[in-house]
Design a protein around this ligand. Sequence first.
Ligand code: BES
Ligand code: MN
Ligand code: ZN
Length: 501
Amino acid sequence: MNILVKTADSTAITTPCLVFFMPEDRISSQFLSLLDEHFGKLVTAAQRNNEFRGRQAETLLLHAACTTGPSRILLVGIGKANAASLDTLRQAAGCAVAVLKQKNISKAAVSQSGLSIQRATEEQQAQAITEGILLANYQYLRYQNSNPDTSKALKQIVLLAAKAQNLSLLRRGTDKAQAICAGVHLARDLVNAPGNLKSPEFLAMQAVAMAEQNGIKAHLLDQARLQQLGCGALLGVAQGSARPPYLIVLEYTGDQTGTAPLALVGKGVTFDTGGISLKPADKMDEMKMDMGGAAAVIGTMLAAARLEIPINLVAVVPAVENMPSGNAIRPGDILTSLSGKTIEVLNTDAEGRLILADALTYVERYKPRAVIDLATLTGACIIALGNQAAAILGNDDKLIDKLLKAGQRSGERLWQLPLWAEYADQIKSDFADVKNTGGRPAGTITAAAFLQKFADQYNWAHLDIAGMAWEDKGKAGIPRGGSGFGVRLLIDYLLAEAGVK
Ligand code: BES
Ligand code: MN
Ligand code: ZN
């Protein structure tokens, strides 16, 4: 999509549609009379008749009374002015796109007049609007030859600046949004790719291609190298699949002074059948999203590089396919992990924690100042939090607090679960150092307790994104399919960590 920033008087600009964001209260009468002048009192009439009050996600599309200026106006509610946040605005922009697409309007101008989100700059507002638009306009088209909806995507957006001095400010906002959304879109593309296309090798090649185009170092550890190292947990999961595993490593150096990196680890199960502990057929197709953590991490690396965040990052993605076969691991098998710890596999469907165990040990060599892993790890997380937040657990409350705050700011919400020592009792094994399931109670926590045993050398936070990586129905700003959850959250955290606004 083409995104332009222009100085222009909103009611004079020629455009198929002019978008306004309106609060539920506090619409200035000056502003209303300006709109009425151009739209023949339609806005006031719509308000009087309760057709449009400015409630959040409420929209109203009107045709202009004059022959000059915008042909239509689209009002989008943002709710009570003092409760509206940047995330409200981002979602409202997503609602605008939904209406424009539905009406087959491919070009629009967006006004910021009358809009002031508390504690936000105009740059931030422009960023939020652009993000909302780009995220809502996303489509995965690789396999769609004849879908009539594909032609309905927005092609051009013009952001209007009230004053010429604001142009560069707004442009900074739209540039940032485009960098971040490139990361989100990459993550979505990776999740939406079907399992037949998306082998561990495919994921590795996509990561390498992205890295090469963005000044990021990449290297791959193949099966032979993983055997040499002794990554028995990762290799155990991989052995049921005809497609070999990879450990994908990306390094971004944004800070040349050689400070310790932050490490991002993402679960990369390209398809999770459950293995010998086979999953039921119903909705198994969704298990192509079991690399949502990997996608978020790879997308974040892209966005961080585009934004040139002054921080050092290393991303580690264990990429495997979890399949049943004559070579697959069995319940009761014991694997020796890279750390040397032995793991009794009681359920081959608890594979994510196995591959993460080796990845978490592998990152130790970078002496990271903190490690954050993202994983579609447990169905129990969906039972606990549904599709409204990811779970966060870890061994460092400061790190967790920072991530919780980034979650609030970005709208990609996190909720902390406890990781009390007693939970580890549930994963004690009679035959090995640890077992890979802790039974049904507190399934998300016992999975984290398992990971904790491999993350004891550094500050660590674990994000269980099982309920967030896949959007089942489609909602404001997220079409059905991969959501790209985690990219905006991590970028928000990284920008704060690097001390840039
Ligand atoms: N990938 C799944 C978790 C999952 C389920 C993610 C639904 C997204 C949606 C994971 O590998 C898994 O199968 N976990 C098991 C663990 C159990 C066997 C201890 C689960 O949650 O049932
Ligand atoms: Mn599984
Ligand atoms: Zn899984």
